[in-house]
Write a protein that binds this ligand. Structure first.
Ligand SMILES: Nc1nc2c(c(=O)[nH]1)N[C@H]1C(S)=C(S)[C@@H](COP(=O)(O)OP(=O)(O)OC[C@H]3O[C@@H](n4cnc5c(N)ncnc54)[C@H](O)[C@@H]3O)O[C@H]1N2
Ligand code: MOO
Length: 392
């Protein structure tokens, strides 16, 4: 059995950026990182734009101008202004080449075809110059930029429809167990509803990993081996739930061994999640999470999360950790470091009742895990404790 820090280090050392690429329509590229520099195909803005609703003028010494027309956003007209002439103009409309400033309408008084400015305005006032944001042929966004909603909008404004991004891992979730029944089916004696696949799939979706398939297998050695063989070949990451402990019907460990998966660790000194397995076969990372639902989800956040961040070449590999004042007392049994379901709020944290690794009720209302190290057995109200913030 290894320590949590050794296990985390092994996950970090044995996970690497995927470096594969894929082309995505920009509306589906949010959260991805650019695989290439994106070069702007046009000047942005493509023409001199009015930044205000008001009057475009050809400046002269007087404050009074003669109105000669109107330009709306979307118009393609190019009236010719002489010194002392003006056109009515609206935000986003093209400013004629012969106009050199725009005055907002609040600062203009109009009498028939004459307008009078409140004060003199500087040249170029309220005109967005051509290519102010980016020039045609210049770097619009550089490789590795994470595509935020703003970045998607920016690419769309440049007329870009598709981008090449770093591919995210293809992920298989495999659940094991004869006792598992699909929600919707009748629950007979001895059976429970299968919940880990939906839980883990949602944890992945929450982190914007959508290339996820779910596979279910009963407690049968040959079937377990067959399914694991195929998902390991076809995916970058395999997350198995259950069947990894020492029972006579826990076939995952034996099947992985038979499939020549390199075991990097099995069993971590922690609660919950002791019988956690991590291994590799060629480039595929394989986690076998304990079947107990809360143990499976805790291990997902503490270990699988790190592998995912490493695969995406992200800098922050672990979930954020802070210290907070405990609002509750807690007594730890045994010497395994423990992750406790908790609610963090504003510098304080409440450790919840019901910490069994079989229970999801408390996890459902948690937004954090309190980490209690090996050497601490007792938490008093007011003690500063380590808190892992969950991405919920
Ligand atoms: N003799 C020992 N027994 C056990 C030990 C041990 O050290 N010695 N460790 C215990 C710990 S700790 C855990 S955690 C579990 C892990 O067991 P497995 O990973 O083999 O998981 P299963 O036995 O398949 O299932 C455990 C539990 O979780 C339920 N489960 C499983 N999969 C699902 C699912 N997809 N959805 C909902 N619930 C699921 C399953 O019915 C069991 O109740 O081993 C202990 N035993
Ligand atoms: O690892 Mo188990 O999760 O302690 O129940």
């Amino acid at each position: 059995m290894i320590s949590i820090s050794e296990a985390i280090q092994l996950v970090k050392d044995n996970s690497s950026p995927l470096l594969k690429n894929t082309i995505k329509p920009i509306e589906k590229a949010g959260g991805y990182k650019l695989f290439n520099d994106v070069i702007s195909p046009l000047n942005m803005p493509p023409f001199r734009q009015s930044a205000m609703d008001g009057y475009a003028v050809c400046l002269h010494d007087s404050l009074t101008y003669t109105l000669i027309g109107e330009i709306k956003a979307g118009d393609s007209i190019q009236p010719s202004l002489k010194k002392g002439e003006a056109v009515r103009i609206f935000t986003g409309a093209p400013v004629p080449d012969t106009a050199n400033a725009v005055m907002m309408q609040e600062k203009v008084s109009v009498t028939g075809s004459k307008i009078t400015l409140e004060s003199q305005i500087p040249i170029h006032h309220n005109i967005r110059p051509v290519a102010e944001q980016v020039k045609k042929g210049a770097l619009a966004l550089s490789k590795n930029t994470k595509l935020t909603p703003a970045a998607i909008g920016y690419l769309a404004s440049l007329g870009i429809q598709n981008v090449t991004v770093f591919k995210k891992p293809t992920i298989a979730i495999v659940t094991t167990g004869n006792e598992l029944v699909e929600p919707g089916q009748t629950l007979t004696y001895g059976k429970i509803y299968e919940s880990n696949s939906k839980m883990l799939q949602n944890a992945l979706y929450n982190l914007k990993f959508y290339d996820v398939t779910i596979h279910k297998v009963e407690d049968d050695y040959n079937k377990t081996k067959a399914i694991l063989k195929s998902v390991i070949t076809e995916n970058d990451l395999v997350i198995i739930s259950g069947g990894i402990s020492v029972g006579d019907y826990d076939f995952v460990g034996k099947a992985l061994e038979e499939l020549k998966v390199e075991a990097l660790f099995y069993k971590v000194k922690q609660k919950p999640g002791k019988p956690l397995f991590f291994g590799k076969k060629d480039k595929t990372s394989i986690f076998a999470l304990p079947g107990n639902p809360a143990a499976a989800l805790t291990c997902f956040y503490a270990y699988v999360y790190i592998a995912l961040q490493k695969m995406m070449d992200n800098e922050d590999l672990e979930l954020p950790r802070i210290q907070a004042k405990s609002l509750t007392k807690f007594m730890k049994n045994g010497d395994r470091p423990q992750y406790l379901k908790a609610i963090y709020s504003n510098g304080t944290v409440k450790i919840l009742e019901g910490q069994s690794s079989a229970m999801l009720q408390t996890f459902s209302v948690s937004n954090a895990l309190v980490f209690v190290p090996e050497e601490i057995n007792k938490i008093e109200i007011g003690d500063l404790v380590d808190v892992v913030l969950l991405p919920v």
